[in-house]
Design a protein around this ligand. Structure first.
Ligand SMILES: [Zn+2]
Length: 69
């Protein structure tokens, strides 16, 4: 599988929240564990709405959860 990721791995601590209309501190929240990586949800700590999501290509969690693979 080709890696076409054009963005760098980064740890977002603040993202723009449309509801608050300003950048807010966010909480990283593991949403899904998939064969190709983990999907994270970023939630505004002020109003609790989702402000973005991110996919990484770390497959180790999936392997741990599915040892048969
Ligand atoms: Zn907000």
């Amino acid at each position: 599988m080709a890696r076409q990721s054009h963005y760098d791995e980064f740890e977002a601590s603040e993202l723009f929240c449309a509801k608050c209309r300003r950048a807010q501190p966010v909480r990283k929240h593991l949403l899904l564990v998939l064969p190709q990586g983990n999907k994270y949800d970023y939630v505004c700590t002020a109003c609790g709405s989702s402000v973005g999501e991110k996919m990484d290509d770390d497959t180790s969690s999936f392997t741990i959860l599915n040892p048969e693979r």
